[in-house]
Every structure is written in structure tokens, then in C-alpha cells.
Design a protein around this ligand. Structure first.
Ligand SMILES: Nc1ncnc2c1ncn2[C@@H]1O[C@H](COP(=O)(O)OP(=O)(O)OP(=O)(O)O)[C@@H](O)[C@H]1O
Ligand SMILES: [Mg+2]
Length: 248
């Protein structure tokens, strides 16, 4: 479904992604594991087209700060020069890190804003599914999003990604800062999204423990470079992964 080949992303002279290649098959859950500054967000932002948008914006201001090289193919199409909005229309939806939501708007309004590209019937179906997945959100659907807990805000952020109609859902550190119990609930929800809707998922995380059991395959990155790839089980049994990414 997605092939990234020899991807390079420079900010000024700093190399954020260094000759990275990876594949995501239709219906897979693929993990991207890496510590702080490893390049997880840059990778997902580049797949979603945000890095290209930022590069164009900065060029308009007269700067040439960002360099992007390599290949990104999605459903047989070369999308490396495609703006983020066109990638969203093709079903590449990114749920950015630290659950960005509209804090002044209520839960329903947040979901409506995220569904702006789609007809009402689609919105209703996906909003209903989101509320089945997270009954807590349904209870709070008229509550201002800024007053939700961190875990509830993350649920909303995932709901917003769902109503945007993903075929390929990119989740950037969705478990960040959440309690183990909340992490378990979100992991269950992510598995349900694949099982029920058949959506392909890429999930990034700093810690391997909560994500390895749910992924089909994973990539470990350090300093923007691929250091290890394997199935969830292979990575789980790898001593380097255990010592570096399992935390204490
Ligand atoms: N817009 C930007 N401009 C300049 N440098 C950036 C920008 N975004 C990221 N970087 C740099 O690129 C490198 C990779 O950052 P990135 O945010 O992709 O890592 P990450 O794995 O998502 O980290 P974290 O776990 O902290 O979210 C870092 O060295 C970071 O400082
Ligand atoms: Mg990040």
C-alpha cells in the first residue's frame, strides 16, 4: 500500500531522516519505534505531506531550509510532490502527536470540523463508530474538548482522524503520557479499527512494550536511520530492543 524508498529529510543542515526505506502492506499494523528526536514525527509528517507543505511555505518566505529527497509511493502513485490536502483526499490521515484538538469547541464540533471533506452520511457512520469505540466520548459529546482528560483528548483525536476517512491511518505517539490502563484501552481500540474497518495503520512510539504485541511488523529508527526491522514477535524477543526500548 505504501512504499518509502531512500527517504532523506534535512532541516537546514541537520539530517532528520537518513536514507530510510520501509513498506506498509494493506491491512497491516506497522510500528515505528524510536527514542526522542529519532525522527518518528518527521517520518509520519513526511508521509502525510506536512513536510512538503512546510517546505513550500518557507520557500515562499524566501528560505530554503528544508530538503526532501527519495520516493513515496501510495496505492501505486508517486505522491512525493503531492500537497497534504490531496493526500488526505486519497485517504492518508495523520493523527498528530500530543492530540491536537480544538479546545474551545465541544466534542461533536471537533468531529464535524475533521469531517469537512465528507458527506453527512459518512460523518454519522464514523461518529457512531467512534462513540461505540469510546463510550466515554459519547457521554461528553457536548463538553468542551479542552476540559477532557489527556486520554479522552487522545480518543477524540483518533475519532477526528476516523471521520476524516482514512485508508492509511498514521498515529504519532498516541499513547504518550497516558496511564497503563488508558494505554491498554487505546491499544484495544486501535486493534478494533483495523479489525472492524480494515484500515491500515502506522503507529509511532518511544516505548516498545505497549505497541509490540499489537503490530504485525515494526521498524526501529535512531537518528533518522533504520536500525532494525522485523515482526512484532521478532522485535519483542530481540535483546537490543528489550534493553533500549522497554524502559524500566
Ligand atoms: N520543523 C523543524 N525544524 C528543524 N528541525 C526539526 C523540525 N522538526 C524536527 N526537527 C529535528 O529533527 C529531528 C527529528 O525530530 P522528530 O520530531 O521527527 O523526532 P521524534 O522521533 O518525533 O521525537 P519525539 O519523540 O520527541 O516526538 C530532531 O533532531 C528535531 O530537532
Ligand atoms: Mg515526535
Amino acid at each position: 500500500m505504501l512504499t518509502v524508498k531512500n527517504l532523506m529529510v534535512f532541516y537546514e543542515n541537520a539530517l532528520a531522516i537518513n536514507d530510510l526505506s520501509l513498506k506498509v502492506g494493506e491491512g497491516e499494523i506497522v510500528g515505528v519505534i524510536g527514542s526522542n528526536s529519532a525522527g518518528k514525527s518527521t517520518l509520519l509528517n513526511t508521509i502525510a505531506g506536512l513536510t512538503l507543505d512546510l517546505k513550500i511555505k518557507e520557500r515562499r518566505k524566501g528560505g530554503e531550509r528544508i530538503t526532501l529527497m527519495g520516493e513515496i509511493r501510495y496505492l501505486g502513485e508517486d505522491i512525493v510532490d503531492m500537497l497534504a490536502v490531496h493526500r488526505v483526499k486519497r485517504g492518508i490521515v495523520l493523527c498528530r502527536e500530543r492530540h491536537p484538538i480544538f479546545p474551545e469547541s465541544d466534542v461533536m464540533e471537533n468531529l464535524r470540523i475533521a469531517a469537512y471533506l465528507h458527506p453527512k452520511a459518512h460523518f454519522r457512520k464514523m461518529a457512531d463508530y467512534t462513540f461505540d469505540l469510546f463510550p466515554q466520548l459519547k457521554k461528553y459529546r457536548r463538553k468542551r474538548a479542552g476540559f477532557l482528560s489527556g486520554g479522552e483528548q487522545q480518543m477524540l483525536a483518533i475519532g477526528m482522524a476516523l471521520v476524516a476517512g482514512p485508508k492509511l491511518l498514521l498515529l504519532d505517539e498516541p499513547l504518550l503520557g497516558l496511564s497503563p490502563a488508558m494505554q491498554t484501552r487505546l491499544v484495544g481500540a486501535i486493534k478494533d479499527i483495523r479489525a472492524t474497518l480494515g484500515i491500515t495503520i502506522v503507529i509511532s512510539e518511544q516505548f516498545a512494550r505497549p505497541v509490540l504485541p499489537m503490530i504485525d511488523r515494526g521498524y526501529v529508527i535512531e537518528n533518522g536511520m533504520l536500525v532494525l526491522a522485523g515482526t512484532g514477535r521478532e522485535l519483542m524477543e530481540n535483546p537490543e530492543v528489550k534493553s533500549a526500548y522497554f524502559g524500566v
